[in-house]
Design a protein. Structure first.
Length: 294
């Protein structure tokens, strides 16, 4: 996925750490082989190259991601969209690398072959139909899925206490050896003088979407253009890292007002860092305020 991962765990002294490490790598490689838009041999890239009208059978994990991605796309009014690979590429944020500013004609062409509403997905058979030249890009949800998948794999191996992190998305289960929960500080943009916000990841995950690491690379799927709506970052706390990941992206695109309204409607614990003259400010959703008060 082009990023790093780390796992902290509490396990019996006789555990085979090498075997656990190997199992994590195998699981991550499998997810990458299915859902990476950077690996030409991945199932996702195979779907992107498939002919119009061709159906692709999805493995269970890929199917789960598509199912939830389409649900968040609908609930967010398209602010999150797993089918904007062509737009990502022409703006220079995808595998082809840096690109010149797209022309109006190129942008219109990419928009015509993009969008979650063009997809046809049969949940019963786990078949996904290629409408023609559409490209999936699951970078806004696959990392979160991988975080959940590793935590689940560890629990299946009898490891109930762990902190899993991939590219800054985290989930925590159980407690640390000292009995404390897995405390995590929410990430702040560089130079931001904001109050420390520390959360206990005890059966919870956190994901952050921001534009301060790689520059402004946030696309609005509804317009196909790079957006600058005053949002610097959004962090979402949720039992599912996959959904925290997707909703952090959606709320970032929706912006300070519509995003906060969506967070309230969906009962999402979210922290917005927004631009203010001379600096930044934070806004917390009702669900997050209630969590902190609790």
């Amino acid at each position: 996925m082009g990023t790093t991962w780390s796992v902290r765990l509490v396990a019996p002294q006789d555990i085979d750490h090498a075997a656990i490490y190997a199992a994590i790598v195998v699981r991550l490689d499998l997810i990458n082989d299915e859902m990476s838009h950077w690996a030409p041999s991945s199932l996702l890239c195979g779907f992107n190259r498939s002919a119009r009208g061709e159906w692709t059978a999805l493995p269970p994990g890929f199917a789960m991601v598509i199912d939830h991605a389409l649900d968040v796309a609908e609930r967010s009014g398209g602010a999150f969209d797993p089918a904007i690979g062509r737009l990502v590429d022409i703006w220079g944020f995808g595998p082809p690398g840096a690109m010149p500013m797209p022309s109006a004609a190129a942008l219109q062409d990419a928009r015509q072959m993009s969008g979650w509403r063009l997809l046809r997905y049969d949940r019963r058979t786990r078949l996904l139909r290629q409408p023609g030249r559409l490209a999936l890009d699951l970078s806004g949800i696959a990392k979160g899925f991988a975080v959940d998948a590793i935590a689940l794999m560890l629990r299946d191996r009898g490891i109930d206490h762990c902190l899993v992190e991939i590219g800054g998305e985290l989930t925590g289960h159980g407690v640390r050896p000292d009995g404390e929960p897995w405390w995590v500080d929410l990430e702040d943009p560089p130079g931001a003088a904001l109050p420390l916000l520390r959360v206990a990841l005890h059966g919870l995950a956190v994901a952050t979407s921001g534009n301060y690491r790689r520059g402004n690379h946030n696309l609005d799927p509804r317009t196909g253009r790079v957006l600058d709506n005053g949002v610097v970052s959004v962090s979402v706390i949720h039992p599912s890292a996959m959904l925290a990941d997707a909703w952090a992206t959606a709320l970032t695109v929706l912006g300070p007002i519509d995003g906060m309204a969506a967070a309230a409607r969906e009962n999402l614990a979210a922290r917005f860092v927004i631009k203010r003259q001379g600096g930044v400010a934070e806004r917390l959703s009702p669900a997050l305020l209630a969590m902190l008060d609790g």
